[in-house]
Design a protein around this ligand. Structure first.
Ligand code: PEP
Ligand code: MG
Length: 757
């Protein structure tokens, strides 16, 4: 007898592999009915517009009822499951006060009833029901079984909605509601075509495409297979002596599979039918692996992963032999399960129109990069059907965090209109260029740029900025294929310093780790954001740090507009040690005959520990810059890169606001200047509060500069102080937001809050 868990695993796998929603539903109703030995299993999907639950699949009731029979939103036991959003389990349904007898389904009165809600993002999408003719109370493990499947179903339904499969259910105008939801991570909208980006060894992420030259691709495939075969044989003979028999058998099995006709011929047949080599391989491997997935025997089942491993090897070989020649359409929307900063930068700048990823959130570094480049981004779209998106037209709504696949003409038109309104807003803001950044009562505020790529410079924003408040030096490290040496770094920093001189440029020392890995410096951690990051790496690798400091000091010779900033400080010892190292690099360079000067040195306050050390830090350094991106994640214990908790990440949270007030107050006691360089500084609403705190230096992405200038020019110091006082009395971020929205509306800046006006 197979365990419930085993059955569950199998159904989940099959549902995942189902080609469309109806097949997935059919699978679920028949398998569930069998697994719990019920007389009926049905799925009702909720049509919120029509306020009904529509019978969408059943095993046990009349098939003709599917799509026709529906139940009012709040009636019957199904309505009760919907209302309560929790399971209802009753052994004698007809005696329940909410029981509703429906004749059209060919029902005789059923007694046992278990209904569980299908929930996605806190919203009930439908109800999964099992019924028994005789009275029956379903057991706890049966309830959890249905629950787990309902969660699976939720994903399939959201996919189907986005794909338009649920058209039949929608009323006119519903098209506008058919989208995938993620996190709004960089504002703006885009209409463009998808280019999927994926890891070299990720078979499941290979996008579906047509094959352009079957002969060539078949030859490439055969070649890849024989090379993998060769390398396996080499490995086998090298390890021959030391390998235990079982492992040797594994090699034999892999080689046998490679040599087997079915794997090779099936892939080739797929290519001949028009699939491109990579997805032909993916589908063949999956087909074979699934056969093993279904085996009763644990050992044989494990072979499925060997087959997938073989597939990965061939895929990697295919890709490294024929590096992907990506053709980027004019309006490229880069899509991936995970999109890295490097992948983003690979797209020619003028063609990049938007970014969509299944993982990550608005605080991820790739989102920050997208904002810097001024392209809309939606992160954390958990149900993104990446493999089926290549080449499709999509609309990316970076204001609301929505992605429309193959949009209808009405959707496209609506977004074209928004694009136009965005353009108008930008034109309006253009008028602010060259004007002073002063509050209505004459307080001067300095707006600096956050940047990290020399190639990004040269935009008009450069002339508007008072300098660079945060130069993320890890970005040039990320686009390199090894640690850049002193000379390469020198040239990079020199370019930025020269471009902005005499205005100040703050170079931040290497801040890798967390979600910013270097491909050539890999390490694995289970909690990367609490791990080896920022100055922690610099202290453990003084050679990397010293090389960087030398390059920085030399780059500033004769310009004297450079400041150095240290990230991720959590104790004063770190600062003392790093200051000593900077002094050492400075002295050595002088000895070598370079006329370097000691720059101003500052620290980032972005770890809660540093908030309580502001006095000690202020005594040691020349300035403090608050990194609200990290400070928010650490204060609220919300991983900035995790889409599941992205709703909890909020820089308007009272804890963040109070921490900021405390930092400013402490720093003032020591006359230590404070700026903010986290994304909060570029957020029109939050910037009002920062001004109210008395912060007069804000550093932000180029795209935010004119918006924040507009905010500064629209308020008096007194007004911002009052708003801050009101915000500090509030208990949660949900109260702070409307306060600020109203304040912006009142001074005529509503346009900054939403697309268009
Ligand atoms: C921050 O943490 O606020 C910050 C500016 O640094 P980064 O986003 O690069 O971690
Ligand atoms: Mg940071």
């Amino acid at each position: 007898m197979r365990s419930m868990l085993e059955v569950l695993r199998r159904i989940v796998e099959e549902v995942n592999g189902a080609p469309d929603l109806d097949s997935a539903l059919q699978l679920i109703v028949s398998q569930v009915k069998r697994a719990v030995k019920a007389d009926v299993c049905s799925v009702y999907l909720t049509d919120h517009q029509q306020r009904r639950h529509v019978l969408r699949a059943t095993h046990g009731l009349r098939q003709e009822a599917v799509g026709k029979v529906s139940l009012p939103l709040h009636r019957g036991l199904v309505g009760l499951v919907y209302e309560r959003a929790e399971p209802i389990n009753v052994d004698d349904a007809p005696s329940h006060p909410r029981y509703l007898f429906v004749t059209e389904t060919g029902e005789v009165p059923y007694h046992g009833f278990l209904g569980v809600p299908v929930i996605q993002n806190r919203k009930v999408l439908g109800v999964l029901v099992v019924r028994q003719r005789k009275p029956r109370m379903f057991e706890d493990n049966e309830v959890t079984f249905l629950f787990t499947l309902a969660a699976q179903l939720a994903g399939a339904i959201t996919h189907a909605q986005a794909n338009g499969e649920l058209d039949a259910m929608g009323a006119p105008g519903e098209a506008l509601k058919r989208y995938l939801e993620g996190r709004a991570s960089a504002t703006g909208v885009a209409v463009g075509r998808v280019v999927v980006t994926y890891q070299m060894d990720d078979l499941a992420a290979v996008p579906e495409r047509r094959c352009s030259d079957p002969k060539l691709e078949i030859a490439q495939f055969r070649d890849a297979v024989s090379r993998v075969e060769e390398s396996l044989r080499r490995l086998q003979s090298r390890l021959g002596e030391v390998l235990p028999t079982e492992e040797k058998a594994l090699f034999d099995a892999l080689l046998l599979m490679l040599g087997s006709d079915s794997l090779v011929t099936q892939t080739i047949a797929r290519i001949e039918q028009g699939e491109w080599v990579q997805s032909a391989l993916h589908h063949t491997i999956e087909e074979h692996a699934r056969v093993f997935d279904k085996m009763e025997d644990v050992y044989l089942r494990e072979r499925a992963s060997d087959i997938r491993d073989l597939g990965r090897r061939i895929l990697m070989r295919l890709q490294s032999d024929t590096p992907r020649e990506v053709e980027y359409p004019e309006q490229t929307i880069l899509v991936g399960v995970e999109v890295s900063g490097v992948e983003l930068m690979e797209v020619p700048r003028e063609r990049l129109a938007g970014v969509v990823a299944a993982k990550g959130s608005s605080a991820s570094h790739v989102a920050i990069l997208a904002r810097a480049m001024g392209v809309p981004a939606v992160m954390g779209v958990t149900d993104l059907p990446v493999a089926r998106m290549e080449g499709r037209e999509v609309v990316v709504d970076g204001y609301h965090g929505r992605v429309y696949l193959s949009p209808t003409p009405a959707v496209r038109q609506e977004y074209q209109r928004m694009l136009e309104e965005d353009r108008q807003l930008s034109t309006e803001m253009e008028a602010l260029r060259g004007s002073a950044t002063e509050t209505t009562d004459g307080v001067c505020v300095s707006l600096y740029l956050n940047t990290g790529l020399v190639s990004e410079l040269g935009s008009i924003a450069d002339y508007e900025a008072s300098g660079v408040g945060l130069y993320r030096t890890e970005l040039p490290f990320m686009v390199s294929d090894r640690f850049p040496g002193e000379t390469a770094q020198f040239e990079n920093y020199r370019q930025v310093l020269e471009r902005f001189a005499p205005r100040p440029v703050t170079l931040r020392t290497l801040d890798i780790g967390g979600d910013k890995p270097l491909p050539y410096f890999p390490f694995e951690e289970s909690n990367p954001f609490l791990g080896w990051r920022g100055v922690r790496i610099s202290l453990d690798h003084p050679e990397i740090f010293l090389t960087q400091i030398r390059a920085m000091l030399r780059a500033a010779i004769g310009l004297d507009n450079m400041q150095i900033m240290l990230p991720m400080i959590s104790s004063v010892n770190e600062v003392d040690e790093l200051l000593l190292m900077i002094q050492r690099a400075h002295d050595e360079l002088l000895e070598e005959g370079h006329p370097v000067a000691m720059p101003k040195i500052g620290v980032m306050v972005e770890v809660p520990a540093a908030v309580y050390l502001v006095a000690e830090l202020a005594r040691r350094v020349d300035f403090i810059s608050v990194g609200t991106n990290d400070l928010t994640q650490y204060l609220l214990a919300v991983d900035r890169n995790n889409s599941r908790v992205a709703d909890l990440y909020n820089e308007l949270h009272p804890a963040v606001l109070r921490a900021l007030v405390q930092i400013v107050r402490e720093a003032e006691r020591f006359n230590c200047p404070v700026s903010v360089c986290g994304e909060m500084a570029g957020n029109p609403m939050a910037s009002v509060l920062l001004l109210g705190m008395g912060i007069e230096a804000l550093s932000m992405s180029a795209g935010s500069l004119l918006k924040i200038k507009w905010v500064v020019q629209s308020f008096s110091r007194a007004q911002t102080r009052q708003l801050l006082q009101a915000a500090l009395r509030m208990e949660n971020a949900e109260q702070v937001r409307p306060l600020l929205e109203r304040a912006l509306e009142d001074v005529g800046l509503g346009g900054l809050l939403r697309p268009g006006k």
